[in-house]
Design a protein around this ligand. Structure first.
Ligand SMILES: *Cc1c(COP(=O)(O)O)cnc(C)c1O
Length: 407
């Protein structure tokens, strides 16, 4: 896969249309070839256990050390505040269950948001069965939290407030700085699931007042199966127990032989994301805005989520009278003259169920309208983008589906 810089040519000189136009990057991203290159030695010749004391092991340990620095640098953390896990889901479980267990003397109340990822919601629901009380905050119709509502939900027995930074379905960006302030004013711990923001917009754990933060490699052009938990050790030191016990790896918080290639890949992905963030943001935003403006010309189309406080790579868009499942199938139907376009509705983790998106329902859409919506999420690679092709195929398929609906 070649990385090119001229993405916005809409006609004429652009290269051949790829067979697959992948617009589901909030579900997972392709692996950056430069990340694969960095990982390769640790999948082949350098297979040592990073915990081994021989020289072979030390070189693997050095690679992990460098990756930990790359990850810490991206978020303004110290290296000893980074715990590698198998992904964001595991990091979320470790963080929430850990705080619940270690702070249960102070209280058993947790505050989170109705639009969170299922990893957060299901962990909280589990804790409810163990005697914890969870407040699921409502959001406004634009997906943003009302700070007054947040403030009044935090109580003296609240131990944890967990609010995602960027929503995976709509891209809506919460005011993390303000919410962490409200949390700390009540002496509670502030956590954020930053899986969709780390590497895409500046995230500094000190500036944002973050105590615990989770993120993942495969959402930022890194490999699958690797993620991290940031756990504050400077000021306001957070202590939590382990979920996985064993050899005491990762400061005793996550035992098990380290996934050296994955860790190296996450480190490289973080380094590249930091270096290329500004350029990627500008380019992807231009493409997203172009797509959105063109698609809004289709009658009965609307955008979900606050359009200003929103990540630049995603549009969650509704087409009145169009069933999103039928649209997804229609777009991914590879006809001879048009490419397969891959998009999604709702989060991938709940896609096997036929429930409407819980995020859109929480924003006040009724079921009918929630089932009209798809998510297009863009990435930094040229491969995915032939903007005019995307617009015309979506326009053709929606027209066809509407005709079918009304005939
Ligand atoms: C993808 C995602 C997760 C889960 O990450 P995994 O590394 O796949 O476990 C959690 N939260 C958000 C917001 C996500 O987008």
């Amino acid at each position: 896969m070649e990385i090119q810089t001229n993405y916005l040519t809409v006609s004429g000189t652009e290269p051949a249309i790829p067979e697959i136009i992948y617009l589901d990057n909030n579900a997972t991203t392709p692996l950056d070839p430069r990340v694969l290159k960095a990982m390769m030695p640790y999948l082949t010749e350098n297979y040592a256990n990073a915990a081994s004391t021989h020289r072979f092991g030390v070189s693997a340990h050095e690679a992990v050390k460098q990756a930990r620095q790359q990850v810490a640098d991206l978020i303004g953390a110290d290296t000893h505040e980074i715990i590698f896990t198998s992904g964001a889901t595991e990091a979320i479980n470790l963080a929430i269950k850990g705080v619940a267990e270690s702070h249960s003397q102070k209280g058993k109340h947790i505050v989170t948001v109705s639009t969170e990822h299922s990893a957060i919601l299901d962990t909280c629901r589990y804790l409810e069965t163990k005697g914890y009380e969870v407040t699921y905050l409502p959001v406004q119709s634009d997906g943003l939290l009302d700070l007054e509502v947040v403030k009044s939900a935090i109580r003296p027995d609240t131990i944890l407030v967990s609010v995602m930074h960027v929503n995976n379905e709509t891209g809506v960006i919460q005011d993390i700085q303000a919410i962490s302030k409200l949390t700390h004013a009540q002496g509670a711990i502030f956590m954020t699931d930053a899986t969709q923001s780390v590497g895409k917009i500046p995230v500094n754990v000190d500036d944002l007042g973050i105590d615990l933060m989770t993120f993942s490699g495969h959402k930022i052009y890194g490999p699958k199966g690797i993620g991290a938990l940031y756990i504050r050790q400077r000021q306001n030191r957070i202590k939590i127990p382990a979920l996985i016990h064993g050899g005491g790896h990762e400061r005793g918080l996550r035992s098990g032989t380290l996934n050296v290639p994955g860790i190296v890949g996450l480190g490289k992905a973080c380094e590249l994301a930091g270096n290329e963030m500004v350029e990627n943001a500008k380019r992807i935003r231009e493409m997203r805005d172009f797509l959105e403006n063109e698609l809004l010309k289709i009658e009965g189309t609307w955008i979900n989520g606050n359009r200003e406080k929103r990540l630049y790579n995603v549009t969650n868009i509704g087409f009145e009278g169009v069933d999103s499942e039928a649209l997804i199938m229609g777009l991914s139907n590879p006809e001879s003259d048009s490419p397969m376009i891959v998009v999604s509705n709702g989060s991938a983790c709940t896609a096997s169920r036929i429930d409407p998106s819980h995020v859109l329902i929480a924003m006040g859409l009724n079921e009918v309208r929630a089932f009209n919506c798809i998510r297009l999420s863009l990435c930094a690679f040229k491969e995915s983008f032939c903007l005019s092709e995307i617009v015309s195929k979506i326009s053709n398929v929606t027209t066809e589906l509407k005709r079918f609906n009304y005939s």
